[in-house]
Design a protein around this ligand. Sequence first.
Ligand code: GLU
Length: 497
Amino acid sequence: MASTSGAGKLTLSDTVRTRFAPSPTGYPHVGNIRSALFAWLFARHHNGVFILRVEDTDVERSVEGSLEYILEGLRWLGMDWDEGPGVGGNYGPYVQSQRLHLYQDAARRLVESGHAYYCYCSPERLEALRAEQIKRKMPPGYDRHCRNLTDEQRKAKEAEGITPVVRFKTPLAGKTRFHDEIWGDVVFENSHIEDLVLLKSDGYPTYHLANVVDDHAMEISHVLRAEEYISSAPLHLMTYEALGYTPPKFAHLPMVLGHDRSKLSKRHGATSVLEFREQGYLPEAMLNFLALLGWSLDDKTDVITRDELIKNFSLERVSKTAAIFNHEKLKWMNGVYIRKLTPEAFAQMCVPFLEGAFHENIPSMDYVLEVLPLVQERAKLLTEVPELTHYFFSDQLNYDAKLLISKDMTAESTRKALAVAKERLEKLPGFDAQTLEAMLRPLAEELKLKTGQLFGALRTAVSGETATPPLFQMMAVLGRERCLIRIQEAIDKLAAL
Ligand code: GLU
């Protein structure tokens, strides 16, 4: 895809190309998915391209199966990628372990141009160095032991059979500056930047080298990523320069913290988007909520549809302040989205949860469609729906008989009231909400009860609960037969008190 440049000519370089570059080291953490979402929204807003690239070069940290979970999380949220695994594209392969020769070539070029060097230090030496630095209360870091090896010294090391790593030769003085789209001008002292490893001795690149090589090779225009990577940006910029590449624009996104302002972790509740799916969150609610972790439309609007997010997303409104992940707000938002669903869509989404709880006790989809609108207003999570509707699907009510007895009533007066109600319900010509109401309201008066007293007893009798959807509607859906059996059971329970 390309857009029109000032001269009216289509150029590829004008196209916004963003990427999400997950490492398959675990489940799809909401912090990472928030970064992915911002990159996706930015690309979609600009009619650009959103790329998925798998950064799997840290073999030790890779976790089997985690890539599939990450992709599943993105799919669930409807964050589609234009290039990447399963989709292809002109810049592939999109899996770094399949691109090793590119990083090895880049490393060789950097050494040849004097921007990087081979380092033969053994892990033991580095460990001892580290221990010494810690002991002396010095900042740990590589002491540049191999930075100025002569050709002979290098040959000698190679003759010993040591395979070197490649380290970047960071300038010892000066500053590295760059403009961050969110943080503005950022300056780092070069003397604070270590000679980091770019290529490991097994031929695998480190994150830094692979990231730079690929962001260039894939013509990424904007790198949107978490704030924790801002300290890597100077090394990346120096690497771009050393390789003769124009760097992309950078936007480092604010951190996502728990309610106590510490790094968001399991301690705060669910952190994987797939866990939220299991807990009964809707993808639309989750997407909306994640978009507000560091971005805002106008400081007051919370509920924003996917299309509005795409239309309005801009880096100007991304904040520098860490975002707090508020589980309560997410739950509230989920309730909002549940209420916005059509009854049919709500029912569809609830079916897996109902099936999990009630199995073969679900008579038909038509019945489900009668039941669910009664609780749609109250449900904040899809997982709450079985609990809110159990008495529509199961006849095991297991409630305390005392709950049948309303204020200022006794077991005996309740039993009598229910017995009369049952008799009348048996004879009622219809069993719809209107007919029920037209009979039961005057009945309360006839029995010299407040409506609340009679209705409360009936409510508990037919549902086993004290808080339910409107009584007449609930009874109509339950049907005459079920209601009569349950009222008789309530009468028997009261008699046994
Ligand atoms: N692989 C890195 C991660 O998983 C990507 C960081 C970046 O976007 O540059 O966080």
